[in-house]
Design a protein around this ligand. Structure first.
Ligand SMILES: Cc1cc2nc3c(=O)[nH]c(=O)nc-3n(C[C@H](O)[C@H](O)[C@H](O)COP(=O)(O)OP(=O)(O)OC[C@H]3O[C@@H](n4cnc5c(N)ncnc54)[C@H](O)[C@@H]3O)c2cc1C
Length: 454
């Protein structure tokens, strides 16, 4: 939980209940709130329903919030109301034969993994943190390292229950009420409150991953490696050093992996519940903004590249280390200091992606803006969510400290992304102009028609 939301949590202990409309909810009026990037910060009245039936009683301009792990302003609602889903976290039904789980939207990925990995089930698609809710991940239609094989989370959702603005509840599936379904998958919480999610889990035989790293010297080799079917695996992602320039621009560590079969690991590791949980490390306060500068990040990148390049043979790690490396350091977002940071993530479609990435990465390198977390992934086919982000091509995500001149640079980069037919991810965004959004999301008029009808 980030600093602001944990402060809010503390204050909740001095519970305040008020009668609001027709329901009693805990409320924290005019509370400062931010996303994971700690930028922007705005205040809203916070409501926290204790029971699912209270969702039907909400009124006014309200936005649901999961764990606030979207980076920018997606789960904020300046000067209005925010509905915290954190108490609505029951797992309602599970079919051992099919792996289909029905749960409240406030259940977290961590809670589901803790229960289901020991039983031999895993998420079909997971983002890079387990501190997210089912509802938040459906609303953003999240992707994982396996998008090129498995698509987004939305492709694995069987049914949703949505509470509409008039308080009525609608169940929708890809086949019944499909317009509401595909407007809600990736709809950023704007079609209604997702109260229940039914998701297809996938079977696993161990809690471990077989991983292999491939180091590359430049962007062309990185893209060739990501697209190489012989090196490819179920999961694939590249950490990219975005401070090297010239002939070495885009040097990377491509990290491929798959769920280990029992025959691939030692007998000790075959017990599905046998993994060491990480944790305990924390960034205790906002670091001064000078800590992450181009020199320190350059030094970190050089060390990391060398260290990770050595793992060029298959090795075994548990799923927690492979999928959620950042979760081991709580409050890591404080590294970026008081002004916070934005994560800029864009996708450029296949046919133009190589040239587009060279031009856009070149622009970031030239700006000398330090990002030690830069990730490149290959996307497979576009899904059906009307406002979903992924398209077939490549996506690059960079964490950028908020500093003078950053937003004009990102406006220029938006133009380049548009020129190459790409788009920026709403779950990460904090500053995109409305006209840029409309140009990047051509199905927005269709989505608006569905929203107007509910
Ligand atoms: C370290 C890290 C790694 C990440 N890696 C990835 C990644 O690999 N791929 C990826 O796609 N994303 C990634 N993300 C982004 C994150 O997965 C998404 O933003 C996710 O939606 C956050 O879930 P949340 O529960 O915290 O939602 P919030 O951030 O609280 O909300 C996100 C959006 O969902 C809406 N929402 C929340 N709950 C509901 C509900 N019940 N009904 C309707 N709408 C709702 C909110 O209104 C908001 O618009 C990452 C984030 C972090 C911090």
């Amino acid at each position: 939980m980030n600093k602001l939301t944990s402060e809010v949590g503390t204050e909740y202990r001095q519970k305040q209940s008020i009668l609001w409309g027709r329901m009693v909810l805990n409320i924290k009026p005019k509370s400062p709130l931010a996303g994971w990037g700690n930028y922007p910060i705005s205040s809203a009245d916070l409501f926290r329903p204790e029971r699912s039936h209270q969702l039907s009683q909400t009124q006014g301009c309200i936005i649901p919030r999961g764990l606030g792990r979207s980076y920018g302003d997606a789960a904020l609602n300046a000067d209005h109301q925010v509905l915290l889903m954190e108490r609505l976290r029951c797992m309602l039904d599970f079919d051992e034969k099919t792996g289909i789980l029905r749960a409240d939207a406030g259940v977290t990925f961590e809670e589901i993994l803790d229960v289901f990995v020991p039983r031999g089930w895993f998420f079909p698609v997971t983002p890079g943190t387990k501190y997210v809710t089912l509802g938040g991940c459906v609303a953003c239609d999240v992707h994982g390292k396996n998008h090129h094989w498995s698509g987004t989370l939305g492709a694995h959702i069987k049914e949703l229950e949505v509470v509409l603005a008039d308080g009525s509840r609608r169940r929708c599936t890809p086949k019944t009420d499909e317009n509401l379904f595909w407007a809600t998958i990736g709809g950023m919480g704007l079609t209604g409150i997702i109260s229940e999610v039914t998701v297809q889990l996938i079977p696993i035989e161990t809690a471990y991953m077989i991983v292999q790293h491939h180091s590359t010297n430049d962007l062309d080799t990185t893209l060739d490696t990501l697209g190489n079917s012989e090196k490819d695996d179920k999961y694939s992602v590249a950490w990219i050093d975005c401070l090297t320039s010239g002939g070495r621009m885009g040097r990377s560590i491509v990290m491929n992996g798959h769920h280990a079969q029992p025959g691939e690991i030692s007998s000790k590791s075959k017990d599905l519940s046998h993994i060491s949980k990480k944790g305990g490390r924390s960034i205790p306060f906002d670091l001064p903004s000078w800590v992450l500068n181009s020199l320190t990040v350059k030094a970190f990148n050089a060390f990391y590249y060398k260290w990770q390049s050595r793992k060029n043979y298959p090795f075994i790690v548990d799923y927690d280390h492979y999928f959620y490396p950042l979760d081991s350091i709580s409050h890591w977002n404080r590294l970026y200091g008081k002004r916070g940071f934005v994560q800029y993530q864009f996708v450029v479609p296949g046919e133009n992606s190589r040239e587009a990435l060279k031009v856009i990465l070149g622009k970031f390198v030239q700006s000398k803006r330090a990002s030690f977390l830069a990730v490149l992934k290959r996307f497979g086919q576009e899904g059906k969510g009307m406002l979903s982000f992924p398209r077939e091509g490549y996506t690059l995500a960079l964490d950028l400290p908020v500093s003078d001149g950053l937003f004009p640079l990102l406006d220029e980069i938006d133009e380049l992304v548009l020129k190459y037919g790409g788009r920026v991810y709403l779950a990460k965004d904090a500053r995109m102009k409305p006209e840029t959004f409309r140009a990047m999301y051509p199905r927005y008029p269709e989505w608006r028609r569905v929203k107007a009808a509910v």
